[in-house]
Design a protein around this ligand. Structure first.
Ligand SMILES: *Cc1c(COP(=O)(O)O)cnc(C)c1O
Length: 379
């Protein structure tokens, strides 16, 4: 089945007790057994919940995966992946990635004896010199948050295959509608479903998608043992969001393209970052591994004083100043003080993330209204 059909039908079995077309929100903590051990596959809701099962079926289907696990947040899903490792293990991670992932790695897991190397993965040759006998996992994001750099998934996957390393890709920015990393050889895909999958800025949720059963069982064991499970209402909301994922992404892409080109023509800006520009360094790779370029754009003002950056951030009317992305409504944010504040300043600047960088998540409103709003704010 094609993607647009799967987002609507995957996981959607009529409810066995009533025929309800939509999986009900099974708001229960436990399930009654007929005799000890005699149950219907559901024992206790930290381990299983039918609303969650329906969502996991849909999530696996749309990411071309055999299995999916659904978590209480994107960060909880990332946490479970790193818990596969033991003290002494090493991870090679992209230097340009979500600030919360960097915080989890550097502030929580370094303490537990896991060591992280950060490299610029736009050049995959940077990876090999860091591989040693302790290396277990390569972690990347593409396009990256917030600089919209592109990482060649095929190339990184072949290094990981050769060196027998796990390869995990954070696919939050592209969403399964635009990119499927497992098809390029990744072992695990992680999403913050809080963003495009949920799509309506009303839920925190995360997930993992993968093909290997033994890896799935290890991650499920970690989840059950650590307890970062989503509630059934949250699963319901993500399931509902997924139904319009394809049609929303089409509009995010159309609007993203219009806004990106308009920004590029604006004399007050010094740089615009969007991976759909033909002269973007990662354009050819993006074209190869993505089906569209999405609605995430960053830019810098020529007048990059803190006052002017702050003035623009506070002047939009349709673009709300807030963290997060991927909802139907447009957002504007300041990575240096918001989503990426947990990365030390020198580290940020070294990676190209300046204090003047402004990031926008282009929603699905009318593009003319969005452009008019940016026009009046930038001046
Ligand atoms: C938001 C985000 C996360 C973290 O997800 P939460 O749902 O907020 O826990 C991870 N990766 C990326 C790229 C994100 O944008």
């Amino acid at each position: 089945m094609k993607f647009a059909t799967r987002v609507i039908h995957a996981g959607m079995e009529p409810d066995p007790s009533t025929g309800a077309i939509i999986p009900p929100i099974y708001q229960t903590s436990t399930y009654v057994q007929a005799a000890p051990g005699q149950h219907k596959g559901y024992e206790y809701a930290r381990s299983q919940n039918p609303t969650r099962t329906a969502l996991e079926t849909a999530l696996a289907s749309i990411e071309n995966a055999r299995y999916a696990l659904s978590f209480s947040s994107g960060v909880a899903a990332s946490d479970a992946v790193i818990r596969l490792l033991v003290p002494g293990d090493e991870v090679i991670a992209a230097s340009d990635m979500y600030g919360g992932t960097f915080r989890l790695f550097s502030k929580i897991f370094e303490k537990a004896g896991i060591h992280f190397h950060y490299v610029n993965m736009q050049d995959v040759n940077n990876i090999r010199p860091l591989i040693n006998a302790k290396t277990k996992l390569v972690w990347t994001e593409t396009p990256t948050n917030p600089l919209m750099n592109v990482v060649d998934l095929d190339a990184v996957a072949s290094i990981c295959k050769e060196k027998k390393l796990l390869f995990c890709v954070d696919n939050t920015f592209a969403s399964p509608s635009l990119q499927n990393p497992l098809d390029f050889g990744a072992d695990i895909v992680i999403h913050s479903a809080t963003k495009y999958l949920g799509g309506h800025s009303d839920v925190i949720h995360g997930c993992l998608m993968l093909n290997d059963l033994s890896l799935r069982d290890q991650l499920y064991f970690i989840q059950k043992s650590c307890g970062a499970v989503p509630g059934p209402q949250d699963c319901f909301l993500v399931l509902r969001g997924i139904k319009t994922l394809q049609i929303r992404m089409q509009r995010h892409c159309e609007n993203g393209e219009k806004v990106a080109h308009w920004l590029r023509g604006n004399k007050k800006l010094s740089a615009v970052y969007w991976c759909g520009f033909e002269d973007h360094p990662g354009y050819a790779i993006a074209k190869k591994q993505m089906r569209g370029f999405g609605g995430m754009i960053s830019f810098e003002l020529k007048n990059d004083s803190p006052e002017e950056t702050k003035r623009v951030l506070s002047s939009t009317r349709l673009f709300s100043l807030a963290e997060s992305l991927g909802g139907v409504e447009s957002l504007i944010s300041h990575p240096a003080s918001m989503t990426h504040a947990s990365i030390p300043r020198e580290e940020r600047i070294k990676n190209g993330l300046s204090d003047a960088l402004i990031r926008i998540s282009v929603g699905i409103e009318d593009a003319d209204d969005l452009i008019a709003d940016l026009q009046q704010a930038i001046g």
